[in-house]
Design a protein around this ligand. Structure first.
Ligand code: NAG
Length: 313
């Protein structure tokens, strides 16, 4: 009886060891295969991870800008395109109006377009939070024209004049780029207020082509474009509003240091509402801007709109 149970125990023990060994081997083999697969894909996934990191660092720096440089827009600051705020806005009939100036030659911008199904809820949140404090000292981006600036065929710093024919060739080349692009699924990472008073949405890419790739395709398609472009190759941002002056005095008596703190609080409130907001982008525009900053200021422009085709080449 004792021998039987001892043998039985031995056999059971062996079975257990075998089973454990088999499980470990399977787990090891699976992990090993996953590691191999990752190594295969590492070149592409590595770069998209690093583009995302590049954007995060850029956005961190942009968020620090207000603390580092102060609220320059209260002293008649400059925009991202080196134009003084006081040069581009005026108060007309008690409300803010842009001062439109002809762009000579017209600027030719390539932008990704954000549809109104996404821009309108964002625009409403921005107005709701900022309007009560900046009654006339704020300009809201037209929610029908929310866009991500990608690449300029000609800008005001390095103008590249073009004939009607040359513009047609350019528009056509951009349409070919759009045909290849798949839609971008994106998420709003954070809202920042720059020292120049521009309220920006800073986005990350969930899936689809990276802005770095899109800009590089546009550069190839537009060989006469200025070598030096206006923005970092990784950035994906859209402008929501421009602050033009102090918050209403009646709101509170603000000391200089409190003022910056107050701006941070408003931005934090907007971030609470908009952080994580998702959108899909599937239109590339080639825009001739006849007025300086026409896309931002409702100026005169001609937009050629191209749907992303997501076609393999
Ligand atoms: C906003 O843009 C749309 C499309 O270009 C235009 O029809 C509309 O008049 C603009 N709104 C304002 C207030 O300028």
């Amino acid at each position: 009886m004792a021998r039987v149970s001892s043998n039985w125990w031995k056999w059971n023990h062996t079975k257990t060891v075998l089973l454990l060994w088999l499980i470990s081997a399977t787990v090891f083999y699976t992990l090993f295969k996953m590691a191999l697969r990752n190594a295969d894909h590492s070149s592409s996934s590595d770069s998209s991870v690093s583009y995302a990191e590049q954007r995060s660092k850029l956005y961190d720096n942009m968020a620090r800008d207000l603390d580092e440089h102060g609220a320059l827009f209260l002293k008649g600051g400059e925009t991202s395109q080196s134009l003084s705020i006081s040069d581009i806005f005026t108060i007309k009939d008690g409300s803010v109006a842009p001062v439109l100036k002809a762009a000579n030659p017209p600027v030719r911008a390539n932008v990704l377009y954000l549809g109104t199904e996404y821009s309108q809820p964002i625009s409403e949140a921005v107005r709701q939070i900022f309007n009560p404090y900046f009654d006339k000292a704020i300009w809201f981006q037209n929610s029908s024209l929310y866009h991500f600036s990608m690449f300029h065929a000609s800008h005001h710093i390095v103008p590249v004049p073009a004939t009607e024919n040359e513009k047609e060739v350019e528009a056509n080349a951009v349409s070919m780029v759009a045909k290849e692009l798949c839609p971008l699924r994106i998420v709003l990472d954070r809202v920042v207020l720059t020292s120049t008073g521009v309220l920006l949405g800073c986005w990350q890419v969930i899936s689809g082509p990276d802005p770095v790739t899109i800009r590089s395709k546009l550069r190839t398609a537009l060989p006469h474009a200025p070598e030096k472009q206006l923005y970092d190759a990784a950035i994906l941002h859209t402008s929501f509003a421009r602050l033009l002056g102090r918050p209403k005095a009646s709101t509170m008596e603000l000391r200089k240091s409190d003022e910056i703190q107050f701006f941070h609080e408003l931005v934090a409130r907007l971030n609470n509402q908009l952080h994580g907001f998702k959108a899909v982008v599937s239109e590339l525009w080639y825009v001739e801007e006849y007025d300086v900053l026409a896309l931002a200021l409702n100026g005169r422009m001609k937009a050629h709109r191209f749907q992303h085709g997501c076609k393999k080449t």
